[in-house]
Design a protein around this ligand. Structure first.
Ligand SMILES: NC(=O)C1=CN([C@@H]2O[C@H](COP(=O)(O)OP(=O)(O)OC[C@H]3O[C@@H](n4cnc5c(N)ncnc54)[C@H](OP(=O)(O)O)[C@@H]3O)[C@@H](O)[C@H]2O)[C@@H](O)CC1
Ligand SMILES: Nc1ncnc2c1ncn2[C@@H]1O[C@H](COP(=O)(O)OP(=O)(O)O)[C@@H](O)[C@H]1O
Ligand SMILES: [K+]
Length: 476
């Protein structure tokens, strides 16, 4: 997929290696000066956009014991020279970055005991890449009083850089200014980080642990019919979903599949008549034997968990086409993991937290990245863990993340629509990881467009899948 490039997120250790590779630049403090200058620029831009000016505004730095505080102090010195009234609260006074503090003081910066009422912006320089656990007491007491926007240096303090775990208490930032490359927390803890700005300090990090497709990546990779296309070339997706008891799941899953691509949708199951009522273009069959060929299967939403459901799942997983297993299918699979472990064709499992717990034997917990990677590796299948931030992990450890950016999709049946979209993308030939991530992006956008500020049901979401694809294509 094309430009602008996929966003890449790195572990703290990878950043350290990249910093060390610069040799003298690191040793001579050049990297820190670059970081501080970028940070000062970001703070100044924020002051200007909020208050119309930089000169005469008031900023307070909250400083910890390491280089994170050093960045903030050097930036404070730069801001001071631009006429900003800068004060600093030292949460570990004996261990504050010595050179940074000297520069700050000599530029006229004041050290204070608490954030003054006059502060218009607070800079969080408590802890960065070396942070562990929640904000410690001294810093927590300072931030408990803060009522103005916070600019976090590198990562919001109290948020784990490598897992994105948001400890309590921790800093919630409006903007996070980071250096050289994004950290994993920036993808996994978007609410704590706010807007993330990357300052170029001349380091090259390699081998990202987590990636996020850009809108343009998704638009460019989306299957569209061309001059040589036929109804078959976009891929036929088979939907096994819904039952007499839950016909809606069959409708919603088919709705996602019909809207996502121009390929053909087949439906197998007892809700066939209802599905055709809603979507005359869907070709239905009462059972697998009469279904015809497909390029991918979606199996599970509202499809039941009895012996017949197990038998159907077993047969579908024994085929050699990509298979997406969701909902009831995952519940069945939890008792028969060998059905995926022993399968050697593309497989995408799309659990929510409850289904994840059934499959993994434990809840995803706070460290969702490790959890989803662990399950993907254990089952030898791609796992898409749902939520506001959706994670899609391949068995080899590669992870794509999607932040929905809104929560309108937290409604019954929304997952059925997602599996229909992702299934259609699998049938079109996308890999499980890209199909899952692209589907999650379009699904979240569809939810936002459909809602337009008011709650929705899943049918509304499904109707907005096309407008969502259209709007992504418009940004190209
Ligand atoms: N190297 C460079 O040139 C560049 C470096 N860069 C900057 O350096 C930052 C990394 O700096 P760093 O390695 O000094 O560690 P940092 O994150 O400041 O932690 C310091 C100490 O805080 C403590 N602590 C831990 N948890 C805590 C908590 N929850 N609450 C409170 N305190 C806590 C713990 O010490 P402890 O008290 O446990 O002994 C820890 O050792 C990086 O994020 C970036 O901003 C940029 O300038 C680019 C160039
Ligand atoms: N709080 C939230 N914010 C954004 N998206 C959410 C939120 N909660 C759930 N979603 C999304 O909505 C869908 C819900 O799926 P699921 O839990 O399977 O619902 P159902 O089983 O009712 O269809 C998933 O795509 C998930 O990522
Ligand atoms: K910080």
């Amino acid at each position: 997929m094309g430009h602008p490039p996929i966003k890449r997120y790195f572990a703290a250790e990878q950043i350290r290696v990249a910093e060390e590779a610069t040799g003298r630049l690191l040793a001579d403090g050049v990297l820190m000066r670059r970081a501080a200058s970028g940070l000062a620029g970001a703070v100044a831009a924020e002051l200007r956009s909020r208050h119309g000016a930089v000169y005469g505004r008031a900023v307070t730095l909250v400083i910890g014991s390491g280089d994170n505080g050093g960045d903030a102090l050097f930036a404070g010195a730069v801001l001071r020279r631009r006429g900003v009234a800068v004060s600093a609260v030292l949460t570990a006074p004996d261990r504050a970055h010595a050179a940074g503090l000297a520069a700050f003081r000599s530029a006229g910066g004041r050290v204070v005991d608490g954030v003054p009422d006059t502060a218009e912006l607070v800079v969080d320089g408590v802890v960065g890449l070396r942070g562990t656990g929640p904000l410690r007491e001294a810093a927590a007491a300072v931030f408990a009083q803060v009522r103005v926007p916070v600019v976090a240096v590198d990562v919001p303090s109290g948020v784990d850089a490598d897992t994105g775990v948001v400890h309590d208490p921790s800093v919630r930032a409006e903007i996070t200014v980071t250096f050289g490359a994004r950290r994993i927390a920036h993808a996994l803890a978007p609410a704590a980080c706010g807007r993330v700005e990357v300052v170029d300090i001349g380091i090259d990090a390699d081998g990202a642990r987590v990636e996020m497709l850009s809108d343009r990546d998704v638009a460019e990779g989306w299957p569209l019919p061309g001059p040589a296309s036929t109804k078959y070339t976009q891929g036929v997706v088979g939907v096994i979903a819904g039952s007499d008891r839950y016909p809606g799941a069959g409708i919603l899953c088919s709705a996602g599949a019909v809207a996502a691509t121009s390929g053909m949708v087949r439906y197998v199951g007892s809700a066939a008549a209802t599905v055709v009522d809603h979507f005359p273009e869907v070709v239905v069959a009462p059972d697998l034997d009469g279904a015809g060929r497909v390029q991918a299967w979606v199996v599970g939403p509202g499809a039941g968990t009895d012996d017949a459901a197990l038998e159907l799942l077993r047969r579908v997983l024994a085929t050699d086409v990509p298979v997406l297993v969701d909902a009831d299918g995952l519940t069945v699979l939890a008792h028969h993991p060998e059905l995926v472990v022993e399968r050697h064709h593309p497989t995408l499992l799309t659990p929510h937290d409850g289904e994840f717990e059934r499959l993994a034997g434990r809840s995803p917990g706070h460290d969702r990245l490790s959890a989803v990677r662990g399950l993907a590796s254990a089952l030898g299948a791609t796992v898409l863990l749902k939520g506001k931030v959706t994670l899609v992990a391949d068995p080899g450890g590669e992870v794509l993340v999607n932040d929905a950016g809104n929560s309108w999709a937290a409604t019954a049946g929304a997952g059925d629509v997602l599996s229909g979209i992702a299934g259609a993308l699998l049938a079109a030939g996308l890999s499980p990881r890209v199909a899952g991530a692209a589907a999650a992006r379009v699904h979240a956008l569809a939810a936002d467009l459909a809602a337009d500020g008011a709650p929705i049901g899943a049918s509304e979401l499904a109707r907005a899948v096309r407008p969502a694809v259209r709007s992504l294509r418009a940004v190209r």
